[in-house]
Write a protein that binds this ligand. Structure first.
Ligand SMILES: *Cc1c(COP(=O)(O)O)cnc(C)c1O
Length: 409
């Protein structure tokens, strides 16, 4: 059994195993060491299903880590987003501003709530939702009518902003929360990729009205599958918990006034979550170390742009991503992905910006040229917490052999 201790030790101390042809995955889970004991406890005590002491403990410990009053565990991050939108008062036919450069889950969740997404472009420096473009949309393409903000093109009520903190970096949230206050909009943070990252000293997930995390297999910590809603609002937390447990209205009788969901996390998954949470800070340190090594090795290569940390933020560099400029590097991002794949190195592109997705396209959608440009250039590189220095060296050596002169003399 490999524990984190062993893996991290390997990362920091091993002089470099011979370069083998072993496959290097993009981003795989790393066990913290406590998982076996905690999961065994579930099996020994028969608390294996959707209630149990580890569920409560995981909720409490995650809330404490992030710094919110409440946390509600769910079966995955997508269900957390769905419930967060409902708990935040998003209603059918409302509109919600959402980052276009994102994994599709938050956009699907907006549709599950019966609401409609308005996609906001990314900014070119840190690739997050561009607050200037969000504000511009609200100020120029919406109007205040009868106590609510309306999209002039559709007549629908604009009720929320859902910024997605992508890749372990923070959205520039101050201008977004300011404009949300001005127009009475709810801010739902998708912090599923940003657990442990901070914005101006505050943990992501504490800056809006309600926020979501995911513990899917490739996230910074994992429960196999799982999610969490965090908020300081007791009403929102209660509502999310209620909806996640089939909206049961009586502690004994099976009486339901509303349509609910079965979105609970199991005690076994929560047990794993408790163990993973114990090593989260070490995982973050490992991710940042991997990022620093990539920066050092690739930062000066012509045609490659490495990811930077926004001033006044703390990034986890959850999924390390670089931009490849075809003209300057001499090879485009997709070819880089194919060639690295042939060498046993798993990489992948970023998501198609969702405003282009056939599932979510709309005719009145604002343009998002920056996200489209980033999508053409981005390549996510291997960055598992347990990635060994010799493996990382193999990635870097392969990449540098394809093109792009080192601009350092
Ligand atoms: C992973 C992820 C989610 C939620 O994922 P689940 O697989 O449902 O846990 C939501 N949003 C983003 C941006 C993600 O990366």
């Amino acid at each position: 059994m490999t524990t984190t201790q062993d893996t991290l030790q390997t990362r920091y101390s091993e002089p470099g195993a011979p370069l083998s042809g072993e496959r290097i995955p993009l981003c795989v889970p790393c066990m913290g060491g406590g998982e076996w004991a905690y999961i065994k406890e579930c099996l020994d005590t028969n608390w294996v299903s959707s209630v149990g002491p580890f569920v409560d403990r995981f909720e409490q410990e995650l809330a404490r880590y992030v710094g919110t009053k409440y946390a509600v565990a769910t079966c995955n991050g997508t269900s957390a987003l769905h419930l967060a939108l409902l708990a935040a008062g998003i209603e059918p036919e409302d509109e919600v501003l959402v980052s276009t450069l994102t994994f599709i889950a938050p956009v699907n969740a907006v549709r599950y709530a019966g609401a409609w997404p308005v996609f906001i472009d990314a900014e070119p420096d840190y690739w997050q939702m561009d607050p200037r473009k969000a504000v511009e949309f609200l100020e120029t393409r919406c109007e205040w009518r009868n106590g609510s903000l309306r999209n002039k093109a559709t007549g629908r009520r604009v009720k929320g902003i859902l910024p997605v903190h992508i890749l372990g970096h923070a959205v520039d949230l101050d201008p977004i929360t300011a404009v949300a206050r001005k127009y009475d909009l709810t801010v739902i943070e998708d912090a599923t990729e940003g657990l442990g990252a901070r914005y101006k000293g505050k943990m992501l997930g504490t800056l809006g009205d309600i926020a979501c995390f995911s513990f899917n297999g490739n996230k910074i910590i994992t429960t196999g599958g799982g999610g969490m809603i965090v908020t300081n609002s007791e009403a929102m937390a209660r509502r999310a918990k209620y909806l996640s447990t089939q909206a049961k209205d009586d502690p004994i009788e099976f009486v339901h006034k509303e349509v609910g969901y079965n979105y609970r996390l199991t005690n076994i998954q929560a047990a794993m979550g408790c163990a993973q949470l114990e090593v989260l800070d070490k995982f973050i340190a490992a991710k940042r170390d991997i990022a620093a090594s990539y920066q050092e090795a690739l930062g000066a290569v012509r045609g490659i742009v490495v990811q930077r940390e926004r001033p006044e933020t703390f990034s986890t560099f959850w999924l390390y991503t670089a931009l490849v400029d075809k003209d300057e590097f001499g090879m485009d991002s997709r070819f880089v992905i194919t060639r690295l794949g042939e060498l046993g190195i798993q990489t992948r592109p970023l998501w198609q910006p969702i405003h282009l997705s056939p599932a979510h396209r709309s005719p009145w959608q604002p343009e998002c040229p920056v996200a489209e440009d980033l999508n053409g250039k981005a390549v996510s590189l291997p960055c598992s917490v347990g990635l060994r220095p010799d493996q990382q060296k193999r990635v870097v050596t392969a990449l540098r052999s394809f093109g792009g002169t080192d601009q350092r003399v």
